[in-house]
Design a protein around this ligand. Structure first.
Ligand code: SF4
Length: 373
């Protein structure tokens, strides 16, 4: 931290001590607010010394407008955000942002609500943030999802095409998700495919981890720009490492201690779920770090293998969920998320089923994976 930052930090600290902050007026204590800012710096993989800078940004920033669209979805991402911890990231972020449109939580309805959305698009062109939940059907002119007389496709093009940036929350909005699974009857796609010219940050997951949405918004508010992403548009702070790299069961994987049957003694001891079909070795997400439900737990921690829900087309490429991945021991270290993404693009479903993405990558490089046991 440079001298200027330190001086500003002292000013902010002093002001917080002397006056009731806007957060305290909203029922969030200074201690909880600073704890939140520290958690955000950790979520963004920043040193804890950035917490005061984040606090300053959230304290002083002008409220950017956010509109939240829901298309082909289950509202699971909205639920995840609204069920978040105390002080709720939703509370903090929604207080910082001016949420002009969110079908699930707004009081307005009908034409009044649609007018609020279009008013934002007209009057804040290029300045507002759009959040999209759910996939967008492209087939038959987009008739399979219509809101207020407009197709999801037309709405996405109008709203996301004129936004400063769009955050696609959940795997459906990022890649099409469950609605896009074969045979994809509605021609469902993610936002980036529906609105190719839009600036899109993908936060896949089923549902997304709300901490990652909060951290993305906080990054924008603090630094005035969007976080760096991988080739699939996912922020590196959240999707830069594999589940397998941070899994608490990893020592058991390395020691060859595997669950062989649900409920066996290895399962009860918390051993590795690789042989039960865990897709953690090929899934890029910070689930083991951020966890869910006030950081209580996450799927692998609760005893179920990762199903790869933050990867594109996971319903088609990661199934059967309970069949083990081939060729995991010894691979992976030398590959990045982008190379895996490229592998996904070149590997056919048949190649995946038979040999796996990494194996396909190795073959592409002239190498060979180890044989399955
Ligand atoms: S295979 Fe799954 S359970 Fe085993 S260490 Fe990797 S992520 Fe964890």
């Amino acid at each position: 931290m440079d001298t200027k930052d330190k001086e500003q930090e002292i000013v902010v600290e002093e002001r917080h001590k002397q006056e009731k902050s806007v957060w305290e007026e909203k029922g969030i204590s200074r201690r909880d607010f600073m704890r939140f800012c520290t958690a955000m710096s950790a979520a963004l993989a920043l040193p804890v010394t950035f917490a005061p800078k984040i606090a300053r940004a959230l304290d002083e920033v002008q409220r950017p407008t956010l509109v939240w669209l829901e298309f082909q979805d289950c509202a699971g991402n909205t639920e995840a955000l609204l069920r978040a911890s105390n002080p709720s990231p939703a509370q903090i972020v929604l207080d910082v942002l001016s949420v002009d449109y969110h079908e699930t939580i707004m009081a307005a309805a009908g034409h009044q609500a649609e007018e609020a959305l279009m008013k934002t698009v007209r009057e804040q062109r290029g300045k507002y943030i759009a959040v999209v939940e759910g996939s967008i059907p492209m087939k038959d002119g987009g008739v399979y999802c219509c809101i207020g007389g407009k197709s999801a496709l037309d709405l996405a093009r109008e709203v996301c095409g004129n936004a400063f940036a769009t955050i696609a929350v959940g795997t459906c909005a990022a890649y099409g998700g469950i609605p896009a699974a074969a045979p994809n009857p509605t021609g469902a796609v993610g936002v980036k495919d529906a609105v190719p010219g839009a600036t899109v940050i993908n936060l896949p997951g089923c549902p997304l981890n709300p901490d990652n949405l909060t951290a993305t918004v906080v990054h924008y508010l603090t630094f005035g720009k969007l976080p760096n992403t991988d080739s699939q548009g996912r922020p590196l702070f959240a999707y830069g490492k594999r589940i397998h790299d941070n899994c608490e069961r990893r020592p058991h994987f390395d020691a060859g201690q595997y669950v062989e049957q649900w409920g066996d003694s290895e399962h009860r001891k918390g051993h590795c779920l690789y042989k039960m079909g865990c897709k953690g070795p090929e899934t890029w997400h910070n689930c083991p770090i951020q966890r869910y439900n006030e950081k209580t737990n996450w799927p692998v921690g609760a005893g179920h293998g990762c199903v790869g829900c933050s990867e594109a087309n996971f319903w088609d490429t990661m199934t059967p969920f309970y069949r083990r991945l081939p060729n995991v021991p010894g691979f992976g270290i030398e590959y990045t998320a982008d190379q895996i993404g490229a592998g996904l693009a070149i590997a056919t479903a048949a190649a995946f089923a038979g040999h796996g993405i990494i194996s396909a990558l190795k073959k592409d490089k002239g190498g060979e994976g180890k044989k399955e046991d």
